[in-house]
Design a protein around this ligand. Structure first.
Ligand code: NBP
Length: 480
């Protein structure tokens, strides 16, 4: 029996994608460095579809139809290069290697270029949705050549999540574009979770809402324009009781958030392409602060809040909860707007013609940031190029939504600062919005200072050209 596709790397993600492919009628050749995982998969799920067991990469390649399609689901980093090095001598021109792991997009660009020179297609595919998505339908973001998508796309579209009949899979752009979009997806996911955390903290600290009561609040919010997978599972986590102590589970979980790196990569790349993704970067930093456990233990006892203990207790009731909902929604919109802006900047830098409508459409189902909002975002970009908003917040629906949220957003950020509750993404998102909104920014002073100490020059509001003030001379102005 020849197989339609081979999967190598059968840990949880690879195994689930292989099962998804088989359940969708494809014959899947299986390989893992150590055969035990292959056998375990066949034993537990071998009846789910047509599988071909192989023990070596040579056997795997020999079992495949042409052009051969080999999906790598091994650990990101050097294992991907190790498997590629072993595979390439076994493949022919026109064959396709697919990397479905969380590889860094620069590595995907390097691998694609090197394999292209040898006539082999290398397709970096962003896959989102975790274990469950991999099995039942992930959001799939393929890069690589358009030609390779012709051979691979229909297969990926068949196993992808489905949003009202549309597959959450479409060709993103050449070389590392797929992994880049997946990286930014994860960056937005960081921000999405952080704003949920800030809302929870404010409602608990200021409105006294315990986790079980907040589970109800989030459940209610999930029927509003905040409706999303992350809001839905927030209510489930908040209502969970610890089996041992009977306390809310969230109170016995150590408050130090981990990260695997995609949020950090997003922030680094944003700095490189000059895109201000403050919400994502602040979310990465918020996790870093949370993880400085030793330092926090010392500072908690030493740093004062500066809050007047004798001030009358504030009344943060249902109105405040509604304010927090609006602050959360507005901050979330900023995170998405920044993520999409970053894609545009990266597209210019790396030569990808990214279609934001398509990107938003792929995130509507199957992935972690799936949200009703994405359908509206998609529609905002579903217009002729000349009418596409230069920033998501300029799309009419979102300008209106932000205007509606603004007073509440400002009240919440002020309350957080007044009462010493850290809300870095609520605050920085509002600052980003105000930064875009203000007619004049203090960057003029920055330019003056730069000119003073480094003769970096400045432009004037009333004349073309660049200018320099002779700061250490007669302080006259000269054209630079
Ligand atoms: P892991 O990332 O834990 O990798 C384990 C697999 O890599 C095993 O099959 C292992 O083989 C293989 N492997 C390693 Br380690 N070194 C190898 C080498 N030098 N040569 C060949 N094979 C090697 O698996 P995972 O958690 O299933 O994740 C797979 C990919 O998917 C990763 O890139 C991960 O970041 C990504 N991922 C994505 C999501 C998502 O939501 N999209 C979630 C989780 C993971 P062995 O069995 O012989 O040790």
């Amino acid at each position: 029996m020849t197989a339609d596709i081979g999967v190598t790397g059968l840990a949880v993600m690879g195994a689930n994608l292989a099962r998804n492919l088989a359940r969708n009628g494809f014959t899947v050749a299986l390989h893992n460095r150590s055969a035990a995982k292959t056998d375990a998969l066949l034993q537990a799920h071998g009846e789910e579809g047509a599988f071909v067991r192989t023990e070596t990469l040579t056997e795997l390649v020999e079992s495949l139809d042409r052009p051969r399609r080999v999906l790598l689901m091994v650990k990101a980093g050097s294992p991907v290069d190790a498997v590629i090095d072993e595979l390439v001598p076994l493949l022919d021109e026109g064959d396709i290697i697919i990397d479905g792991g969380n590889s860094f997009f620069e590595e995907t660009r390097r691998r694609e270029q090197s394999l292209r020179e040898r006539g082999i297609h290398f397709v970096g595919v962003g896959v989102s949705g975790g274990e469950e998505g991999a099995l039942n339908g992930p959001s799939i973001m393929p890069g690589g050549s358009e030609e390779s998508y012709a051979a691979l796309g229909p297969m990926l579209e068949r196993i992808a999540a489905d949003f009202h009949g549309e597959p959450c899979c479409a060709w993103i752009g050449t070389d590392g574009a797929g992994h880049y979009v997946k990286m930014v997806h994860n960056g937005i996911e960081y921000a999405d979770m952080q704003v949920i955390g800030e809302a929870y903290d404010l409602m608990r600290s200021l409105a006294g809402l315990e986790p079980a009561a907040q589970a109800e609040v989030f459940r209610e919010w999930n029927t509003t324009d905040l409706a999303s997978y992350l809001i839905e599972i927030t209510s489930e986590v908040l209502e969970q009781e610890d089996e041992i102590t009977g306390r809310p589970l969230v109170d016995v979980i150590v408050d130090a958030a981990g990260q695997k790196g995609t949020g950090r990569w997003t922030a680094i790349s944003a700095l490189e392409v000059g895109s201000p993704v403050t919400a994502i970067a602040e979310s990465v930093f918020a996790r870093s602060i949370s993880s400085q456990e030793d330092l926090r233990r010392r500072t908690t006892a030493v740093f004062s809040s500066g809050i007047d203990e004798h001030a009358p207790a504030p009344d943060y009731g249902p109105d405040f909860v509604e304010d927090v909902r609006k602050a959360l929604y507005a901050s979330k919109l900023v995170a998405y707007a920044q993520g999409l802006d970053m894609l545009v900047a990266a597209g210019e830098e790396y030569g990808w013609d990214l279609d934001l409508r398509s990107v938003a459409s792929l995130w509507r189902a199957g992935c972690i940031i799936r949200a009703d909002l994405l359908d509206t975002i998609m529609k905002a970009f579903e217009v002729p190029a000349s009418r596409r908003p230069a920033n998501l917040l300029l799309a009419e629906d979102f300008t209106e939504a932000i205007n509606e949220c603004l007073p509440a957003w400002r009240r919440v950020v002020a309350a957080a600062a007044t009462h010493g509750v850290p809300a870095p993404v609520f605050g920085s998102s509002l600052a980003y919005y105000d930064g875009l909104r203000r007619e004049r920014l203090p960057a003029s002073l920055t330019q003056g200072l730069r000119d003073y100490f480094g003769a970096h020059t400045y432009r004037r509001v009333d004349q073309e050209g660049t200018f320099h003030t002779l700061w250490s001379g007669d302080r006259g102005e000269v054209e630079a």
